[in-house]
Design a protein around this ligand. Structure first.
Ligand code: C2E
Ligand code: MG
Ligand code: MG
Length: 552
């Protein structure tokens, strides 16, 4: 008897500590039992049956939506069964409980009793629901995440409701700059703003998600390409309406599953992203549709990106020099250093095959530096050999505006190769003058103070204003081949170029004409008092060994 009391005490303590309700329905004695916690939670002290749905009073504590789930406990009357469902406490709170019941049978096979337990598992469930939320949604913006989008887009694409769906990938131009210039919090607010606009504009059944960082994907119904373009234009506009004191520009890539609908959503988004990546640095173009051409280009670019670092180390980039010729005397008065890539498999690659890519991925900074050093080496060798020192001009990519090391690098090269800054001219392309004028001008001023001669490359190829000529801290204008070609075809054109040359000279700027190919070019330039010319008429760019054989 004592042992039984002891057991009972232990049992009561254990049940209390575990915050578990125990109930028993005894079919032999006809007595039902509920541990006190049941009353504490639900305000009911006895239960008439193991199935709470049987009785009016107990049915009330079941959460309406989970009644069917709860009833499933009693489908089979054998062994142990459990469900997790919601109950309403006496305070009216809805909590989750794990209910386990077990049937006990006598030796004769008759049902003797049911013992059940109920335990509040709300905390567990809520955290796993939260987990599920984390699995499906992006916490920052509340947009779906890619995993969930993937499933939903897949469902839309295979849903045969007579509609077509496009996959659109979008990102923010220069998002990194926003994060750097302002701070991460501002960057976060931008993302939240974009998700808000998307929520407003992407209507059921279309879906969208934040894929990662500043990349969003949309799966949107369409009939014609025009629908997609209109949608994107509107979206872009809506995003641009905001309270930030800077612009938020977005760009878009589109994949139409009709191209190949056997691809996974993942791959379709990749292709949309490829199309977006192929958008040239062109303010007018913010949207591109994927087609197989992009793929080839991207495959090629990816290969180049895999090879470029090793190529630089292996000295596969070669400096070619093209003479600059004085039109008056016919003498070589300078040279321009131009890159060639001696590719082990693909032969000699021209700059247009890799420079634009290097400008996108930033590798241009390293290639330029390498070329500057090659130029300095050549100059150093001429000096050692006692040759006449003509200046070599090197190209300075616009990305150097953001490279704070330019001056240091150039200074170190001059020191290392024992050269005066006059030996090196720096070519800066005209397009650099459109953006970041302040930054650029201060960099140019510093370089000029250091003693470098600065040349505006490709002058006339863009939309340079004549005002620019008044302000730019440079020494030389290199008239672009295109400008020369197009203007020489008409009398008016000739007037424009002649006067440009005259004005530049009056502003103390020297003039070099690029892309001089014909006798006619030469004659016209001489008549217009142009100083120097560079072009195939005189010589093609050539390897250093060959250049060294020239007379200068
Ligand atoms: P750029 O600096 O304007 O160089 C002049 C380009 O015109 C060179 O093309 C040259 O070969 C070409 N050219 C010269 N004379 C004639 C001619 O009479 N007719 C024609 N049709 N073309 C002529 P290249 O070497 O293919 O270089 C193209 C561009 O690539 C360069 O234009 C420059 O912007 C860029 N580039 C080349 N090397 C480098 C480099 O090391 N760094 C950077 N940042 N850019 C480079
Ligand atoms: Mg150049
Ligand atoms: Mg040029």
């Amino acid at each position: 008897m004592e042992e039984k009391d002891n057991m009972e005490a232990m049992y009561i303590a254990a049940v209390r500590q575990l915050r578990t309700i125990v109930f028993e329905i005894n079919y032999i004695t006809g007595k039902n039992y509920c541990s006190p916690l049941f009353d504490e939670f639900f305000g009911i002290s006895t239960i008439p049956s193991e199935d709470f749905t049987v009785n009016e009073e107990t049915r009330k504590i079941l959460y309406e939506e989970d009644i069917e789930l709860y009833k499933s406990l009693f489908i089979k009357k054998d062994g142990e069964r459990s469900v997790i469902c919601r109950f309403v406490t006496k305070e009216g709170k809805i909590n989750w409980y794990r209910v386990i019941i077990q049937y006990f049978y006598g030796e004769d096979g008759g049902l003797e009793r049911v013992i059940g337990t109920m335990k509040d598992v709300s905390d567990e469930i809520r955290s796993s629901a939260e987990l599920k939320y984390h699995q499906d949604y992006d916490i920052l913006t509340g947009a779906e995440n890619f995993a969930r989008f993937n499933q939903e887009a897949e469902r839309l694409l295979t849903w045969d409701n007579g509609h077509r769906y496009a996959l659109i990938v979008m990102d923010i131009e220069k998002f990194k700059v926003i994060n750097d210039l302002y701070n991460m919090r501002v960057g976060d607010l931008v993302l939240i703003h974009i998700a808000d606009v998307l929520r407003e504009m992407v209507r059921d059944p279309n879906v969208f998600c934040r894929m990662h960082s500043d990349v969003f994907c949309i799966c949107s119904m369409y009939e014609t390409k025009g629908d997609i373009i209109r949608f994107i234009e509107k979206l872009k506009k809506q995003i641009e309406i905001n309270g930030f004191d800077f612009e938020i520009k977005t760009s878009y890539g589109v994949y139409l599953p009709e191209i190949d609908d056997s691809l996974s959503v993942n791959l379709m988004c990749d292709r949309a992203a490829l199309a977006k990546k192929a958008i040239k640095d062109n303010a007018m173009q913010f949207c591109a549709f994927y087609d197989e051409e992009y793929r080839n280009e991207i495959v090629k670019n990816t290969r180049i990106e895999g090879e470029m670092t090793k190529a630089l180390g292996d000295k596969q980039f070669v400096m070619y020099l093209q003479p600059k010729v004085d039109l008056e005397t016919g003498r070589i008065v300078g040279a321009e250093a131009l890159t060639r890539w001696r590719h082990p498999q693909n032969g000699m690659l021209q700059p247009n095959e890799f420079i634009p890519l290097f400008e996108k991925n930033g590798f241009i900074l390293r290639l330029d530096e390498y070329m500057w050093e090659e130029a300095c080496k050549a100059l150093h060798d001429w000096k050692q050999a006692g040759r006449h020192m003509i200046p070599v001009s090197v190209n300075v990519s616009r990305y150097h505006i953001y490279n704070h090391n330019v001056e240091r690098i150039l200074k170190e090269l001059l020191d290392k190769y024992d050269l005066m800054p006059e030996a090196l001219s720096l070519e800066i392309t005209e397009t650099m003058f459109f953006n970041n004028a302040d930054k650029l001008y201060s960099m140019l001023n510093r370089l000029r103070e250091m003693g470098f001669r600065l040349e505006v490359d490709d002058f006339g190829s863009g939309y340079s204003s004549l005002n620019m000529l008044r302000d730019v801290p440079v020494d030389v204008l290199k008239i672009d081949k295109g400008f020369l070609d197009s203007t020489l075809t008409s009398e008016k054109g000739k007037i424009v170029i002649r006067h440009t040359i005259a004005m530049a000279k009056e502003l103390q700027l020297k003039i070099i004409a690029e892309g001089v190919e014909t006798e006619e070019h030469v004659k016209f330039l001489k008549d217009s008092h142009c100083d120097v010319a560079q072009g195939f008429y005189f010589a093609q760019p050539m390897p250093l060994e060959e250049f060294n054989k020239l007379d200068f």
